[in-house]
Ligand binder design. Sequence first.
Ligand SMILES: [Zn+2]
Length: 206
Amino acid sequence: MVMNTQEEQTTVATMDLDGGAPCLDFVNTASGRSTGPLRERLRGYEDVVTIAERVGVLEPSEGRRLRKAAAAAPPEAAAVHRRAVALREAIFRLFAQDEAAGEDLALLAGEAGEALAARRLEGTAEGYRFTWPYTDDLARALWPLAASAAELLTSEEHRRVKECAADNCNWLFLDVSRNRSRRWCDMAVCGNRAKARRFSARQRGA
Ligand SMILES: [Zn+2]
């Protein structure tokens, strides 16, 4: 049996998007938090742009512009990458832990505040919408992710956020099943791994 786990050598470009919300797929760029070793897929600013594109909150043309701006300003890009990792871990704890940590909430509030302040109201053929300007500001890749987390945290849907039941996976997802019975980030990945582990435990016992 092929053992397929979220700890495989996937990258932000190839990882599954099972979270059900942009901020949860962003959280899932790391796994193995419980007992380690941490699988870190956000290895630099480019990866922040890539995950924002993949979850649909950044157009490819905007991504290209940000990659170019980052290449011209490596220290600034590194600083936004560090901000992204800190934001991601705060979002993980806010959704995965029962007790809200004040520091995590303050961090998200700061990032979401900047994100909302940067939004523009514009008219389109279909009506009006909030959007972010086409910009060289490297934080542009973070804004919609922080806004997504603040929106989910303040909605009724936040009660449906679950952590994968597999040991040390730590992926978060929105359980939209009718009876709220979903246990795994992906049945084909962590669900099968758990089944295989029970099977081999029985074999050893036999
Ligand atoms: Zn999992």
